[in-house]
Ligand binder design. Sequence first.
Ligand code: HEM
Length: 180
Amino acid sequence: MKGIVFTEFLEMVEDKFGYAVVDDIISKSELPSNGSYTAVGTYSSHEMIQLVHNLHINSGIPLNVLYEVFGEYLFGSLNKAYGQMFNGITNAFDMFLAIEENIHVQVKKLYPDAELPHFEVSLIDENNLKMIYSSERKMGDLAVGLIKGCLAHYKEQATISKNQLSEDGKNVEFIITKTK
Ligand code: HEM
């Protein structure tokens, strides 16, 4: 998992919970990196899973809520870091339709070691879009947060319904329905 995901996560934790909590979750996790990350480095996704887990223990906030809130925050960070990839994309549905064929393809070119999910995206009609998420990392809740962050970025409103396609969390279907 790319370092930018870790640096942004720890920045968000520091902003929302304070440095003592950053210190606590790093010290309670078993981290081959020792908790020092650079944006361009690459680290095991197990480090992220442990950090989020320990934030859940520390704060009592449910895991899915933590992943979602982080996903919303991360979308803004990706926009700042990779603004040029957003060029020409003017609404949320266009972004969702571009992730698999364009955005994550560019990410993979930039970082051949990036571990990206697979998305199958189809437009049902002008107000409804279906996305099927598949990934060994089981981060469907992070995807929900990124979807919410994307809707907020384009100032759009929609509901997201989530349907687990497998019990292990590796395959999740989302239906995104515009509400205005
Ligand atoms: C709504 C839009 C998006 C969704 C739903 C989405 C979804 C995800 C998810 C769920 C992951 C975590 C890895 C996994 O689950 O296997 C991920 C990783 C990533 N995505 Fe996206 N993404 C979106 C847009 C973007 C954009 C706009 C960029 C950059 C311009 C981007 C760059 C990345 C990067 C750098 C990673 C980390 C890869 C790694 O750690 O190796 N994504 N994405």
